[in-house]
Design a protein. Structure first.
Ligand code: C2E
Ligand code: MG
Ligand code: MG
Ligand code: MG
Length: 285
């Protein structure tokens, strides 16, 4: 409140205590509580082979029911966790849980979103190695997804981290492709194994549309650079057909399954493997 303070002095509105700041402080405290009381959950969304329809991979997505205040979507709390540094314990929680959950499910590949701050963290590589050892998760089945927006800020750092993880057998996907401004030059020098076409590029995707030109161009570019392509946000058969014809390798989206808790995902996997006439899910333990 701008009130007069003494003689003709006007207090300046203090932006550090505005509503946004209070909300962030509250969420920061709630994340701390959530971490220590086990409120966070990991859900799993299938990624299917575009040609065969087989579930070949799964993306781990963080969920926060927030016991007292109600659920908050990851887009909202991840940003706050990045600002407070809580992304480090949160990120390791997701990685460890997902590795434990997915390790027994045959040859399924696992994709985990990694924040820029984690990539920058000097301890991250060692912590990843530790989780892989603890969970016995084969590194060649693990993929990190990193969002395009980060690349511009720290190109050398990303190239180094990508190389290190690749040398350990992991692969790195460029997430949300098409929402940032990655130059073709950088795309080539990074050594990503996959790009994930952002769901916003699939809007209005019908044969002959501009969206179709853009998407097939992106797929050609990626293939030319020896990368594989995943489309996210696939919701209709028409989109899936078009992406398949354009040479997209994997498809992910509500058409094939929403993100779901582990037990539902295992049932989904068993159903889809049965439908394709494969052996049922083997749960090793
Ligand atoms: P993302 O990595 O690009 O994940 C894909 C998002 O698209 C997910 O949103 C997923 O639920 C949603 N999605 C998948 N298929 C469809 C579809 O067919 N239609 C529509 N409309 N949406 C679809 P979600 O789970 O809300 O996550 C949002 C973002 O939050 C993620 O985007 C990712 O950037 C971030 N995030 C989620 N979990 C983690 C995490 O464990 N660590 C980090 N660093 N970020 C995470
Ligand atoms: Mg992702
Ligand atoms: Mg993302
Ligand atoms: Mg994405």
């Amino acid at each position: 409140h701008a009130k007069t303070q003494g003689k003709g002095q006007i207090a300046v509105y203090n932006p550090t205590f505005d509503e946004g700041r209070l909300h962030r402080l509250a969420v920061e405290a709630q994340i701390g509580r959530g971490l220590s009381s086990g409120e966070f959950e990991v859900h799993y969304q299938p990624e299917v082979d575009a040609k065969t329809g087989e579930v070949v991979a799964v993306e781990a997505l963080l969920r926060w029911p927030r016991r007292l205040e109600g659920p908050l979507p990851p887009d909202e709390f991840i940003e706050i966790a990045e600002a407070t540094g809580q992304i480090h314990p949160l990120g390791m929680f997701v990685l460890e849980r997902a590795c434990r959950d997915i390790a027994p499910l045959g040859n399924l590949r696992l994709s985990v979103n990694v924040s820029p701050a984690q990539f920058r963290d000097a301890h991250f590589e060692r912590q990843v190695a530790h989780v892989l050892e603890q969970t016995q998760f084969p590194p060649h089945r693990l993929q990190f997804e990193i969002t395009e927006g980060y690349l511009l800020a720290n190109p050398e750092r990303v190239v180094r981290a990508v190389e290190t993880f690749k040398s350990r057998g992991l692969s790195i996907a460029l997430d949300d492709f098409g929402t940032g401004f990655t130059s073709i030059h950088y795309l080539r020098s990074y050594g990503f194994s996959h790009i994930k076409i952002d769901k916003s590029l699939l809007i209005g995707l019908s044969p002959g549309s501009k969206a179709a030109m853009l998407v097939s161009g992106a797929i050609m570019l990626a293939c030319g650079l020896d990368m594989r392509v995943i489309a996210e946000g696939v919701e209709t058969d028409e989109q899936a057909d078009l992406l398949r014809k354009a040479g997209c390798h994997k498809l992910q989206g509500f058409l094939f399954g929403k993100p779901m808790p582990l037990d539902e995902f295992v049932a989904h996997l068993a159903r889809s493997r049965r439908a394709l006439g494969e052996s049922p899910v083997r749960i090793a333990s």
